[in-house]
Write a protein that binds this ligand. Structure first.
Ligand code: HEC
Ligand code: HEC
Length: 299
């Protein structure tokens, strides 16, 4: 192409600048995107001093300043010790679990596992765990969860968890009479912690019963059912076993009632006129007639 007039060459230079700027902008954006993806997550730096403060404000009044527990002021009963030397349940994963699920500090009665409110954020959880681990000699670590298979996870779930938490982890009422929380909406970390720790009424599962890989599989299965639940258009909630059996019981009761109504003459059925009744009585054999109380009065 032949560039003839100065006007044409100015226009061409202008377009070239726009093109170069656009290419540079795109490259810059791509680079920024890559940097964003590759940037490691900021590691949490725990601040034990803040943990000490949180313990004094949120735990000491029930579990004692020394963590040894004792009678509570607001509630009947004894708050358990949080020191592993007299409460072997206590480990780092247990602390993280009760904080991240809002089980402790309790929103209402500490015995009612339905009243929950997560008050500690991630940073505060790390602070409190760091201070308590050091002060009360608490061991353990927060489990890491690998990639798992949802199909295998469903088998592990059905064999170990569904009878308490329901077929898809929606929660409900456990056999022991304890209410079970939903599991499908929990993080991988929370599920792994619960399996290893066995919080409160829940049994603990050792690595011999459920391996680390099986935990990852359960997490994958829970993720899958959660995605399915989110995609449900009608949002029909899963019926937990107790509600389902109550529902079936009510249906059976209704069916029995209906059979009763159909089988007998309903009371609201119009009474036949007087002469019609007399005619009918004449048809009845003499013996039967005498036994009827109304007729005894007449004769
Ligand atoms: C209102 C009193 C109260 C407060 C406040 C409270 N707890 Fe508790 N905590 C209890 C009681 C009672 C239990 C036992 C509940 C049960 O067995 O059902 C308990 C149980 C626990 C357990 C499980 C112990 C075990 O043996 O299973 C941990 C861990 C725990 N609390 C930590 C804490 C921490 C940490 C805080 C502060 C962030 C806190 N709690 C605040 C009353 C309290
Ligand atoms: C005997 C009944 C029972 C069985 C079996 C059981 N759980 Fe639980 N689970 C509970 C109860 C009860 C709680 C609530 C404890 C509390 O906070 O008081 C619970 C709590 C949890 C939590 C914490 C949720 C929260 O919000 O606090 C998770 C996660 C969990 N269970 C997962 C599982 C998995 C996974 C299995 C199978 C490997 C399982 N459970 C087996 C009864 C059971």
């Amino acid at each position: 192409m032949q560039v003839s007039s100065p006007a044409t060459s100015r226009a061409l230079t202008g377009w070239a600048i726009v093109l170069v700027a656009a290419v540079a902008g795109l490259a810059g954006a791509a680079a920024a995107g890559a940097a964003e993806q590759e940037a490691p997550l900021e590691p949490l730096v725990a601040n034990p001093d803040n943990g000490q403060l949180l313990y004094a404000q949120q735990c000491a009044r029930c579990h004692g300043a020394d963590g040894r527990g004792g009678p509570m002021q607001e509630y009947e009963g004894i708050a358990p010790s949080l020191r592993p030397d007299d409460n072997p349940n206590i480990e780092v994963a247990y602390l993280d679990l009760v904080f991240s699920t809002g089980r402790m500090p309790p929103a209402g009665s500490p015995y009612d596992n339905r009243t929950r409110e997560v008050v500690l954020d991630e940073q505060e959880r790390a602070d409190l765990v760091a201070w308590m681990a050091d002060e009360f000699d608490i061991d353990g670590e927060i489990p890491e969860v690998a990639e798992g298979s949802a199909a295998r996870g469903q088998q592990v779930w059905n064999a170990n968890c569904s009878h308490c938490h329901g077929a898809t982890g929606a929660g409900g009422v456990a056999g022991a009479g304890a209410w079970t929380p939903s599991v499908s909406d929990k993080s991988a970390q929370t599920i792994a912690e619960a399996i290893r720790v066995g919080p409160f009424q829940m049994p603990q599962f050792e690595a011999g019963q459920i391996s680390d890989q099986e935990i990852a599989d359960v997490v994958a299965f829970m993720d899958e059912v959660q995605v399915e639940a989110d995609e449900q258009i009608l949002g029909i909630p899963e019926l937990n076993p107790v509600f389902a059996s109550a529902f079936v019981f009510l249906l059976a009761l209704a069916a029995l009632f209906l059979i009763g109504v159909i089988g007998s003459r309903p009371r609201w059925f119009p009474t036949p006129p007087e002469d019609l009744r007399r005619e009918r009585r004449a048809d009845v054999p003499a013996g039967a007639q005498r036994r009827a109380p109304a007729d005894r009065g007449e004769s």
